[in-house]
Ligand binder design. Sequence first.
Ligand SMILES: Cc1cc2nc3c(=O)[nH]c(=O)nc-3n(C[C@H](O)[C@H](O)[C@H](O)COP(=O)(O)OP(=O)(O)OC[C@H]3O[C@@H](n4cnc5c(N)ncnc54)[C@H](O)[C@@H]3O)c2cc1C
Length: 453
Amino acid sequence: MNSVTKKFAGWGNYPAEQCRAFRPEKEREQSALVAAHSSLIARGLGRAYGDAALNPDGLVLQQKLGRFLDFDANSGVLSCQGGASFADIIETFVPRGFFLPVTPGTKFVTVGGAIACDVHGKNHHRDGNLSNFVESFELLLASGETVTCSREENADLFWATVGGMGLTGIIVRARLRLLPIVSAFISVDYKRAPNLDAALEQFGSDGNYQYSVAWIDCLASGDSLGRSVLIRGNHAVADELDDTERYAPLRTPRKKKKSVPFPFPDFALNPLSVKAFNAAYYATHPDGHAIVDLDSFFYPLDGIDNWNRIYGTRGFIQYQVVFPFATSRAGLVQLLEKIAASGRASFLAVLKTFGEANQSPLSFPFAGHTLALDIPFSDDLPEFTRELDEIVLRHDGRVYLAKDATLSPENFRAMYPRLAEFEEIKRRVDPQNKFASSLSRRLDIGEAAGDTQ
Ligand SMILES: Cc1cc2nc3c(=O)[nH]c(=O)nc-3n(C[C@H](O)[C@H](O)[C@H](O)COP(=O)(O)OP(=O)(O)OC[C@H]3O[C@@H](n4cnc5c(N)ncnc54)[C@H](O)[C@@H]3O)c2cc1C
């Protein structure tokens, strides 16, 4: 089996590390690799932003085994290999009247990667995380054995793997309950909020919408601090479609893709250009209503190949946090003030309400408000995010591991108080700490397990 050694990175292009990667083409090849090597991590489509799917000290196992194995149209349960992509699921199943029950802001993720991060979408306030729709999965363990995990069978391993960032084993197959839909369109309401208080108040009417998110201008300050455009919608029904759409309601329009051909020079993105972009976005999104296709609503950035190159060769991080409702306003104001004052450019920042947490010890969401924003890399970025982390901790919040590249082990432990439960399960199924990544080493996850051997 061929291996390749080259620089790998997450979507933020920071950090980039030299790794040796294999791309198994059969499930048994993958089991043999796991049995034979002492340090491995699975990698899907590399859409986690930071160092979760990097392993310079061992192997990276690229997940390209992505066949659909079975589909039950009555229950909507799809059985597939862990490397199946959300893009492939959409292409095959939307024309048959099924969509993903939970989807992140890109469709270029694998089922295994999405379960490992327990991804959330614009419907978290109503439907929770992806794991709510995962019936079961087959997990390849460090021993080379494969076990079934579900809410009934190996339940603790099921919950540790959900959100477990690939550190319990490799999800080789999964059964996922898809969502029945009657059209491939979303009926969307746009509502402007002139500042943060107005945005948080508007979220109060989220109950009317299956999907809800706000674009927030992170560089606005003073009376406009936190000004936002709320974008909320429901799956469109036949009556809402025009004649052409109604004729083929499940047809997804094909669009020409744009591309960022090379990394932008560092000067292209500065606070002035981003401020101008943000002001223009706010001005051109008045209150209103529209019917939009699934791609435009869920994946606006997927229409531009390599959009991450606009942040230049040094890359960027995405900083995503959640605060509980009780402290979210105060925490958000402090974060936004600090970011606006720093002038660190961030467009397309996102604010949204989360519903309740689930049983997983490391899954990110809990009831409250979440903020996600891009920050270009600079030498003082780790120091700056350390200051942001302090604000997050003071307000009982936490950082999302799928986006993280800079958190310290101490702050991580303080943000994820159920880590010990996760580590106990990991020690049981992976006593040699075989499944490890740059993220797990940076955060000292599972290190104790390896040390004791
Ligand atoms: C534009 C954009 C928008 C995003 N929006 C959201 C969002 O709205 N909500 C959200 O929750 N996330 C969001 N994300 C993050 C993204 O959804 C997750 O990081 C997702 O897990 C990436 O999937 P992947 O296949 O690329 O996995 P990778 O990035 O390759 O890996 C991510 C993690 O999953 C593990 N992993 C991968 N495959 C397997 C497997 N088969 N078995 C076990 N572990 C595995 C890896 O070891 C790693 O720890 C976004 C990312 C981008 C780039």
